[in-house]
Design a protein around this ligand. Structure first.
Ligand SMILES: [Zn+2]
Length: 298
């Protein structure tokens, strides 16, 4: 079975693209960090879980079908927050039934500072991680620690996608692959990828433009689209992420988020609906899950 999903009638990758000589063949690695609408704010991270469930108002559940329809025949990787699986157990099955990959985005969405924090989440989500044969991890806020890789290996994970780095800079750490979220290196490429490599001024100062982030595609959709085209021409496979609330705008979105926007205007790009941006990418490029990409990489 061909692991790269493309609708031949829609796939308009120009013939000049070097699709033959590259291994793995270039594809868009679309990932969805499947978290509640309020995750961006981080004000609710430490409330009782039941309070967050009420705040979600079933939005994480009702957004799934329209997102799956939007993605259509393309393939994506959904990194699920464990408590969402607890609230709506049908979500991972629905995702897998459509041929997508289910990954892990911690049990509760928050910044994970060290491996012992991550361990709590791995244990809390152990059942569904096992039931759905989850092999990939995405750290919330793309913030991880070096010691996490050993722990992920112990818990049966095959790969992580929890750093920012130039597209194609895939490495192995303590037996676990790291497939970073894409940046474009404007200067010299980094020699070493030491965690954490999150979105900080240090990353930007080092000359890396994190175009794989939905923050960046919210601010500069056309520029990101142009970069992706350029990466494809170079035979690369960009890793980008989006969130459910960026594809299906929650009801009363502005009212829900007004206070957070007032306190943190930098959150605004996460409020923009990116379904048109995504549809355009899916029309232009083949896709695959991260798992299938990794199979070709090994
Ligand atoms: Zn997240």
């Amino acid at each position: 079975m061909c692991s790269v999903s493309s609708n031949k009638s829609r796939n308009i990758v120009p013939t000049g693209y070097n699709l033959r000589a590259m291994t793995p063949s270039p594809r868009l690695l679309l990932t969805i960090d499947y978290e509640s609408w309020f995750a961006v704010s981080r004000r609710y991270d430490f409330l009782p879980m039941e309070t967050r469930r009420q705040m979600d108002e079933e939005i994480a559940r009702t957004s799934l079908d329209p997102i799956l329809d939007l993605i259509g025949e393309a393939k994506a990787t959904f990194y699920l927050v464990g408590e969402i699986v607890e609230w709506y157990p049908e979500i991972p099955q629905k995702i897998q039934q459509r041929g997508h990959e289910v990954g892990f985005h911690c049990h509760t969405h928050r910044r994970i500072k060290n491996a012992s924090e991550l361990k709590k989440d791995l244990l809390a989500s152990a059942n569904w991680i096992q039931n759905f044969k989850v092999s990939g991890y995405r750290a919330p806020m793309i913030t991880t620690a070096e010691e996490s890789y050993t722990l992920l290996k112990e818990h049966g994970f095959v790969y992580s996608s929890s750093l920012y780095a130039p597209t194609g800079k895939t490495i192995r750490k303590n037996g676990v692959w790291e497939i970073p979220v894409s940046t474009l290196a404007l200067g010299q490429k980094p020699n070493e990828l030491i965690a954490p490599r999150n979105m900080t001024f240090k990353l930007l100062r080092g000359g890396e433009f994190p175009y794989g982030s939905s923050f960046t595609s919210g601010l500069f959709p056309r520029l990101v689209s142009n970069i992706i085209e350029r990466e494809f021409k170079a035979g690369k496979s960009p890793v980008i992420f989006l969130h459910p609330y960026e594809l299906v705008t929650p009801p009363r979105w502005f009212q829900r988020f007004a206070k957070d926007l007032f306190l943190h205007p930098e959150f605004l790009p996460f409020m923009f609906n990116k379904s048109k941006f995504l549809k355009d990418l899916l029309h232009r490029y083949p896709t695959s899950t991260m798992q299938d990409y990794l199979k070709e990489l090994q």
